[in-house]
Design a protein around this ligand. Structure first.
Ligand SMILES: Cc1ncc(COP(=O)(O)O)c(C=O)c1O
Length: 354
């Protein structure tokens, strides 16, 4: 069946929803019925379309496969108490996508068109939004270089796509993180602030090594001296030290997280003192030893807020106090979740109900 709204919509002849356990979705391996697709050629985007989710046909010479010109975003849709569904701060992701595109020499996508594609796609697969307490529909917009060409240069052609997956919790429980002082995620002047695919490829080996050592994730430090904390995996990080909420400042080596910004604004609204600044590894270690460090957590769309129970320093592991006694993180996590799931007042205007 084909209907026409803003985009052509080719509906899947039958839904796969019946074969999926929406009460128990595994993160990232089940995909909803439809995807959005739009191509860039001759200096402009063609009309986009919603179509059944499916494999792509591409040239082995597609430039993304060789030179890695690819960017992506990650955002979530939440089921509301009245059965409606809502996106959370989608314009932040759309703007960040275009900043990533600019850094990677890729064309931007018109913000209004991007939002329409997103909302049409989510509405088409609305039944795929789970309603469990830790569940949501994870939406993945991305763009890659599709020109068939050998030789390093910006591609002439691109494909922009969006698909979605019903997901449950990213981490089951708290995490142990290792302060990384040998490998680097992002260097000044590099692509750390962009959601460029290559950043994630480069993180795989050090993360695998940390896992072999018994950690769940890496706490990245700066590329120059390895003396300052930057972020962790696909999360920004926050610490409660001496009762203040401390988070590494943004710059071109850190991804400016939507969750980070949301948590900082919620914390300020709750009267917390906030410091966005350089966080020396030495200070964190001293605070962990003296007891001044009372909470540490990662914040990001996929994992939302994840408590850090142990930090691995070069001199050994330091445990945080038991999460059950934490004053701030559970409260911030609840407030954020209440807004996203429509259970609390949307004081900042973050929900976009479809
Ligand atoms: C490297 C990195 N840092 C931080 C984040 C958290 O950003 P957000 O809260 O927008 O998901 C992400 C996830 O997008 C990420 O990939």
């Amino acid at each position: 069946m084909m209907t026409t709204t803003l985009f052509d919509i080719h509906l899947s002849p039958e839904s796969r929803l019946d074969s999926v356990d929406l009460n128990n979705p595994v993160f990232g391996s089940v995909f909803s019925d439809h995807q959005f697709r739009m191509d860039f050629a001759d200096g402009r985007w063609s009309a986009g379309a919603i179509e059944p989710y499916g494999d792509l046909v591409m040239s082995p010479a597609a430039m993304v496969l060789h030179y890695g010109q690819a960017i992506f975003e990650g955002m979530k849709v939440f089921r509301q108490p009245d059965g409606e569904v809502a996106l959370f701060r989608p314009m932040e992701n759309i703007r960040r996508f275009n900043e990533s595109a600019e850094r990677m020499c890729m064309p931007s996508v018109d913000e209004g068109l991007f939002l329409s594609a997103l909302t049409e796609l989510v509405k088409t697969d609305k039944n795929w939004v789970p309603d469990g307490n830790e569940s949501s529909l994870y939406v993945r917009p991305f763009m890659f270089a599709s020109e068939a060409h050998v030789g390093v240069k910006p591609s002439a052609n691109y494909r922009f796509m969006i698909f979605s997956c019903p997901v449950g919790a990213y981490y089951k429980g708290n995490v142990k993180v290792k302060v990384e002082t040998a490998f680097t995620r992002a260097a000044p002047g590099g692509t750390g602030y962009a959601k460029a695919a290559g950043n994630y490829a480069a993180s795989l080996k050090p993360t695998a090594m940390a896992r072999e050592q018994g950690y769940d994730q890496i706490l990245w430090t700066d590329a120059v001296e390895h003396k300052y904390i930057e972020e962790s995996g696909t999360m920004n990080v926050m610490f409660v030290m001496d009762g203040k909420l401390v988070s590494p400042s943004l710059g071109d080596t850190v991804l400016a997280g939507v969750t980070r910004d949301s948590v900082l604004r919620l914390a300020a609204q709750k009267g917390m003192e906030i410091e966005e600044r350089k966080v020396p590894v030495a200070e964190l270690k001293a605070a962990a030893e003296s007891g001044a460090l009372t909470e540490a957590f990662g914040v990001g769309t996929a994992a939302t807020m994840t408590a850090i129970e142990t930090i691995g320093f070069a001199s050994g592991d330091r445990d945080l106090p038991p999460v059950e006694g934490w004053r701030w993180m559970p409260d911030l996590a609840k407030s954020l979740d209440d807004i996203r799931r429509g259970r609390g007042e949307d004081i900042f205007g973050w929900r976009v109900v479809l």
